[in-house]
Design a protein around this ligand. Structure first.
Ligand code: DX5
Ligand code: ZN
Length: 215
């Protein structure tokens, strides 16, 4: 299991230091939540910030685009240093085109599915996506309560034959439920508030210990 701390809950005034602390724990990936104030009722940051932090870390940049028109910004995020770009299947852009565009830059493409979205709507993209991000909260804010209903989607994805994409879960994961989430078969666990709302190093260790895994 890979932990992907989301900087959404970080202290942006000392972001460089906080990302360094995450990296020093041994975590390999960081999750970057991009919000446009349209697709979700919140705004965060764009490619400018991603480019700035790219200079200070070798962590895998897992960019989660919660925006209406990801196709217009994919190139910017690639140039800024994204390693994985995930688009929501509920967005306005053509998903096939987004996946092809992301792949044309030689990086990984993911698709994200909101809690209320039927996983069958993602079926036609499963053969070409590198990752499926199952949202376990309604996107837009950190610190929300985990929606366990979405576990049926993970079970469905896990039971597909010939599955060669990673399953990522995002939202409401803490030391309380990470063992359970790990047991149902996710590859990547996003955690925002459970990492950044306190001692980062201690929180990352506690999450791995709770999951019964080592970094
Ligand atoms: C929510 C974001 C999540 C968020 C998770 O829209 O996609 O990545 O940062 O935060 P927590 O772990 O606090 O639920
Ligand atoms: Zn996210």
């Amino acid at each position: 299991m890979e932990l992907a701390p989301s900087i959404l809950s970080a202290d942006f005034a000392i972001l460089k230091e906080q990302i360094r602390e995450v990296e020093e724990t041994g975590v390999r990936m960081i999750h970057l939540d991009v919000m446009d104030g349209h697709f979700v009722p919140n705004m965060t940051f764009g490619a400018v910030l991603v480019k700035s932090i790219r200079r200070y870390t070798d962590l895998i940049f897992d960019v989660h685009l919660m925006i209406d028109h990801p196709d217009r910004y994919i190139e910017d995020f690639v140039k800024a240093g994204a390693d994985i770009i995930t688009v929501h299947i509920e967005c306005e852009s053509d998903i096939d085109e987004c996946i092809d565009m992301i792949h044309s830059y030689g990086i990984k493409a993911g698709i994200a599915v909101n809690p209320d979205t039927d996983i069958m709507l993602a079926e036609k993209y499963l053969g070409k996506t590198d990752m499926v991000l199952v949202m376990s909260v309604h996107p837009g804010f950190g610190g929300q309560t985990y929606v366990s209903d979405v576990e049926s989607k993970i079970k469905y994805l896990r039971e597909l034959s010939g599955v060669d994409f990673d399953i990522e879960i995002d939202g409401g994961i803490s030391a309380e439920n990470i063992a359970h989430v790990s047991d149902i078969g996710v590859d990547i666990v996003v955690t925002g508030s459970a990492v950044f709302n306190g001692d980062i190093t201690g929180s990352v260790k506690a999450l791995y210990e709770a999951a019964g895994e080592k970094l």
